[in-house]
Design a protein around this ligand. Structure first.
Ligand code: HEC
Ligand code: HEC
Length: 411
C-alpha cells in the first residue's frame, strides 16, 4: 500500500515536472529539467530507505531550509544520528564532502573527499540514517516501471538498469537546482546597494574584515567547503562529542536487540557493522554487545585528533536553521557567534601545540591517517588559519544583523 502511494506521488510529480517544459526548449535542457524533477521525487521517496516515512526530506525539510529544527534528527531506528541536519542551500557550490567511502568497511571512518553525487548516496547506507544499501535501493527502484522510464527520460537513453551513479546524479541535480531564498544580501550582491540597512552593512564589513569570517565562509555557498579545526580536543564540546559518538554505538546495539524484526541490509557498509552489533547466538558471539570501538576521522587506530575536523557550514537563511553547529549544541544565533569566535581564537592561539600533537597522532596512526582531509595549516608550515579579531558587543550585534540579512526580510 505505502509503495503504491510512493509511486503515485512520484508519477504525479514527474508528470507535473514534464508539463512545465516548453516545446521550444532544447533536448538537453528538457533532460536537465527532468533530472531535477526526478531527483526531487527521489529526495522524498521511501524507496531509498525501504521504510515507510523515512526519506531524505525526513531530516532535510524543504520548508525549513532543508534543515529540520532539531538538535539531532532521528534515523531509521528512532535514535538520533549524532549530528545536526544542515541546511542544503547552494550545497552544489561546495567542491567536496568528507565522508566514508561506500566500499570501505567502517561507516564511521571519514576516509575520503566525496563529490556531491557520491555524498548523496551515503545516508542510504549509513546505519544511523537509512540503514539500507544502495544496491537494495536500486533493486526497489528497478522493480518500478514508471521510475525506470523516468530515469530513461532524464538520462536521455535506455539505461536498462538504473545504476548507483544515476541515482546519485539525479539527487545531486535536484540539490544543485536549489537556490537560497531571496534575501537582502542576495539583492545587494545583485547590485542593489540600498538593500542592506546601515547596521547590516556594518556587519558585512566585520564579516569581510576584522571577523575574518569570509576567510572560511566564502563563495556561493558561503562555505569554502574545507575541513577546519573549529575547537580543540580538550574543550568541553569535544569531550561531549566524543562521548556522544560512543553512546551512539551503544544506542544502535540496544535498538537492534529490541527491534528484532528490523531487517539488516544484505549488502553495503552498514551491513557488517550492524551484524556485529546484533550477534546471532549461532555465530558463537557473546549475547552481550561487542560494539566496534570509536574511529576518529582519519586517525583510525591512532587516538583522537588534536581538533575535531569539521567542514565549514553554509550560512544562507542561518537565522532560521538553528540549533547551530554540526553537533546542534547551540540553540541561539547570538550565543553561537560569541562561542564560535572564542573557539576559533583559541585554536589559532594554540596552533603550534596543536601542530605538534597532530604530528604525533599521525605517527601513531602508522600511515592510516588521511592528511588530505586535514586543515591545510596543520599539515604544512603555513601561517595562522583565518582568525577573528577580538570582537566587541557592537561588532557582534552588527554581525548578527548581517546574518539576519541572509534570510527573507519578513522571515
Ligand atoms: C536521519 C537524518 C538524515 C537523512 C535521512 C538524510 N540526511 Fe543528509 N544529513 C544529515 C546530517 C545530520 C548531516 C550532517 C552530517 C555531518 O555533519 O557530518 C547531513 C548532511 C548532508 C549533506 C552534506 C551537507 C553538509 O554541509 O554537510 C548532503 C548533501 C545531504 N545530507 C544529502 C542528503 C540526501 C540526498 C539524503 C537522502 C538520500 C539525506 N541527506 C538523508 C541527516 C540526514
Ligand atoms: C577557520 C574557519 C572559520 C572562520 C574564520 C569562521 N567560521 Fe563559522 N564555521 C566554520 C566551521 C568549521 C563551522 C562548523 C563548526 C561547528 O560545527 O562547530 C562554522 C559554523 C558557523 C555557524 C553556524 C552555522 C549553522 O548553521 O549551524 C555560524 C553562524 C558561523 N560559522 C558564522 C561565522 C562568523 C560570523 C564568522 C566570523 C566571525 C565565522 N563563522 C568565522 C568555520 C569558520
Amino acid at each position: 500500500m505505502s509503495r503504491m502511494i510512493v509511486l503515485f506521488t512520484f508519477l504525479g510529480a514527474s508528470l507535473l515536472g514534464g508539463a512545465c517544459l516548453h516545446a521550444q526548449e532544447k533536448p538537453t535542457e528538457v533532460r536537465a529539467a527532468r533530472k531535477i524533477a526526478l531527483g526531487r521525487s527521489l529526495f522524498r521517496s521511501d524507496l531509498l530507505s525501504g521504510r515507510e516515512g523515512m526519506n531524505c526530506a525526513s531530516c532535510h525539510e524543504p520548508e525549513l531550509s532543508f534543515a529540520d529544527g532539531q538538535v539531532e534528527s532521528p534515523g531509521i531506528l528512532g535514535i538520533g544520528v549524532g549530528r545536526n541536519s544542515p541546511a542544503l542551500w547552494a550545497v552544489a557550490a561546495v567542491e567536496s564532502f568528507p565522508g566514508p567511502d561506500l566500499a570501505a568497511r567502517d561507516p564511521f571512518a571519514v576516509t575520503r573527499a566525496l563529490s556531491l553525487a557520491e555524498r548523496c548516496l551515503v545516508p542510504i547506507e549509513n546505519p544511523l540514517e537509512m540503514a539500507s544499501s544502495v544496491s537494495e535501493a536500486l533493486e526497489r527502484i528497478n522493480a518500478s516501471k514508471p521510475l525506470g522510464l523516468a530515469f530513461d527520460q532524464a538520462f536521455g537513453r535506455i539505461l536498462g538498469k538504473v545504476r548507483a551513479d544515476h541515482l546519485g546524479e539525479a539527487l545531486a541535480a535536484y540539490l544543485a537546482s536549489l537556490s537560497p531564498p531571496p534575501s537582502p544580501y542576495r539583492a545587494y550582491l545583485d547590485g542593489d546597494r540600498e538593500a542592506l540597512r546601515p547596521i547590516e552593512r556594518e556587519g558585512l564589513r566585520v564579516f569581510n574584515g576584522r571577523g575574518q569570517c569570509a576567510g572560511c565562509h566564502s563563495g556561493a555557498a558561503l562555505s569554502d567547503g574545507l575541513v577546519h579545526a573549529a575547537f580543540t580536543d580538550d574543550s568541553e564540546r569535544a569531550r561531549r562529542q566524543a562521548e556522544r559518538q560512543d553512546d551512539l554505538r551503544q544506542d544502535l546495539a540496544r535498538e537492534l536487540q529490541r527491534q528484532d524484526d528490523f531487517e539488516l541490509p544484505r549488502t553495503g557498509i552498514g551491513q557488517a557493522f550492524l551484524a556485529r552489533l546484533r550477534p546471532t547466538p549461532t555465530a558463537g558471539c557473546e549475547p552481550g554487545m561487542t560494539a566496534p570501538t570509536r574511529t576518529q576521522g582519519g586517525y583510525d587506530g591512532g587516538g583522537p585528533p588534536p581538533f575535531p575536523q569539521l567542514q565549514t557550514l553554509s550560512l544562507w537563511d542561518v537565522k532560521r536553521t538553528g540549533p547551530y553547529f554540526r553537533d546542534g549544541s547551540e540553540p541561539r544565533l547570538d550565543e553561537a557567534l560569541v562561542r564560535h569566535v572564542a573557539e576559533l581564537r583559541e585554536v589559532s592561539g594554540r596552533r603550534e601545540e596543536l601542530r605538534r600533537r597532530h604530528r604525533q597522532a599521525l605517527r601513531a596512526s602508522r600511515g592510516r591517517a588521511r592528511p588530505a582531509l586535514l586543515p591545510a595549516w596543520l599539515d604544512r608550515d603555513q601561517g595562522a588559519p583565518p582568525t577573528p579579531a577580538r570582537l566587541g558587543p557592537g561588532d557582534l550585534r552588527a554581525l548578527e544583523a548581517f546574518l539576519g540579512a541572509l534570510s527573507p526580510r519578513d522571515g
